[in-house]
Ligand binder design. Structure first.
Ligand SMILES: [Zn+2]
Length: 142
């Protein structure tokens, strides 16, 4: 992706590439460090921009694994080869929302903020994703 606030990254082995377009400068974004067990075990923090765009590109022959989390509604996206958590997505009725794990991107962002969405109900989680996550998410080659 091109543009003034385009960023890209990849998993450790390079099988999964991430590219994104933000609506503002990277240093204005604070990744959200979720305190659920899964995210703590990965040391993940998430970046999203409802006005931006996010694209995951799976290289030919590579595998993007999905692991169901988030009140059994969201899919955590992991490289099938090196195991790196690249992000998460939520899909319903042809719409796809997503976040990227800030760890796969260049370290340009503000300090992570702790968040505790595990206290939310399933409906509250979905409403939060629809409000905060990228609303334009592509997964190519999967
Ligand atoms: Zn990988």
């Amino acid at each position: 992706m091109a543009g003034p606030h385009a960023l890209s990254g990849r998993c450790h082995c390079g099988d999964i590439a991430v590219s994104m377009q933000l609506s503002g400068a990277a240093e204005r974004y604070s990744p959200r460090a979720c305190d659920c067990d899964f995210c703590r075990l990965h040391g993940a923090s998430y970046l999203s921009d409802p006005k931006g765009q996010l694209r995951f590109t799976v290289q030919s022959g590579a595998v993007l694994n999905r692991y169901r989390q988030g009140a059994e509604e969201a899919d955590m996206l992991l490289c099938g080869r090196c195991g790196v958590l690249v992000g998460a997505c939520y899909e319903r009725e042809g719409e796809r929302y997503g976040v990227v794990n800030a760890a796969v991107l260049p370290p340009l962002f503000a300090a992570p903020q702790p968040v505790s969405p595990k206290q939310l109900s399933a409906d509250e989680k979905v409403a939060r994703w629809q409000q905060l996550w990228f609303a334009c998410v592509m997964i190519d080659g999967a």
